[in-house]
Each structure stands twice: as C-alpha cells, then as structure tokens.
Design a protein around this ligand. Sequence first.
Ligand SMILES: [Zn+2]
Length: 280
Amino acid sequence: MLMISRIKWVLQNPLFLHHHPIKNPSFLLKTPTRNPRFFAVKPLLNPQPSHQQHHHHCQMRGLKSEATSAAAAASSSGEIHVIVGPMFAGKTSTLLRRIKTESSNGRSVAVIKSDKDTRYALDLIVTHDGEKLPCWPLANLSSFRQKLGSEAYDKLDVIGIDEAQFFEDLYDFCREAADLDGKTVIVAGLDGDYLRRSFGSVLQVIPLADSVTKLNARCELCGRQAFFTLRKTEETETELIAGAEVYMPVCRKHYVSGQVVKEAAKTVLESQRVQCGAVV
Ligand SMILES: [Zn+2]
C-alpha cells in the first residue's frame, strides 16, 4: 500500500513530473521492493539522460563557472565582517584573533579604535583578558587614510575597527574600503546600548557585510548566555565609557528584572529627594 501511494504521489506531484518526466511508470513496479521509499525515489534521483536533461546539465555547468568567477571577483574587491554583542562578550578578543590570523597569513593589517576610549593606553587595544595590539586612535574614520599616508593605505590588506559604535562615518568608510579599495574590513562593536537601542552606525553596515557574528557573554547573575548590557548606575547618557564598575552582561530575564529594580530604586531616590527638599 505504501509503495502504491508513493507512486501515486510521485505521479500526482506536478513539480516532480515537470522536472523528471516518467514516461513509463510501470518500470517502477519491476524494481525490488525491499525498501519501498528508496525504490520509488531512486529512479527520480538517477534519471536516464534525455536531450532535455542534457541541455539542463549544460546550463548548470554554465551557471557554476559564472558563480566561480563572481567569487574570484568578490574576493579581490574586499570583504566586510561584523562582530557584535554585549559588553564582555569577547568582541575585541575575536577581532584581535582574526587580525593576527590575517597577519600570520602574510597580509598587511591595521587596527583603528575610537579616541574616545581612553580606558587603556591610547595607541593600544587591550582586551578584558589583557591581550594587546598597537592601533590607531581616531576621532573619525575618514581621517585614517591621511594619517596613515596614501602609499601605506594602498599596501594595506586588512583593517580592523574596534568600538565601531563610536564612529559616525562607519558606513561610508566600510563601503569605500571594501568596494573600491579592495580591503577586508573587520568591524567589532556594540549592536545595542544599555537600553537595547541600536548603537551608533553598527547596524547600518550589516547590509554591506559578508558575515555577521553575534557573540554572547555570561550573565553575571545566573551564568546563562547574556546578550544584553545592563548599566548598574543611574547615568542616562548613551555614551558612558566604563567597565565592570558600571556595566554587566545579563540574560533577558535579568535584563528585564534589572531594569525594574533600577526604576524602583530611582522612584525611591526621587521621593526621598522630594522629602528632603520639603524639610529644607
Ligand atoms: Zn541571568
């Protein structure tokens, strides 16, 4: 019964019939019946070559060679890779690892970071776990070519950008570097701020990117995967550059409960302030 219904399905399925016309369905019945699923499918996967199918095969070969040449062109015209995630997710470590791999493969590399981030030495990128690499501290990316010098820029293969959320000209820089100058650009930054709003221009470069990696940290409260950054203090400016004394990575549950606790604390503080004011 299974066998017959399978054949009926194959015959009734217009898609299968269109691509794999079965001129004489009776041959199916002559095949060994030990595995009905296999026997019904096998002739369809190994069709007898016909003129039409041969033509189809040639078309496929044509497409394949076009795709290969397109891939070759793409690799010579640059790449953009984006690494996002909350704080303490290892974005900078991942960026440095990729840069070091490119460098050990003989490619010329440079790393840019925002000059706003002065937590460690200005011309060094330092990860939370203490790894270091020399870098270019810049206010904006458009000044990079001039600072480096045109000749040195032309020789460069790979550009790493750390704390990319601080660069307003990220989109134009990445597009030009990859599309026109043939560079591999590796962008690392926060996708969201402490209120989980899009941070800077990082999300804008995703449509330009070859790959996007979202890393996660460990929730400081329960150890589960953390995708968000909770600000522990009351400051409300978006760009507050600080470390573990102000921020902690949290899971969704603890992000939501953390915000609730902060709101409650704020209300208590404000009511105390009003009471103090009334006393004075
Ligand atoms: Zn948690």
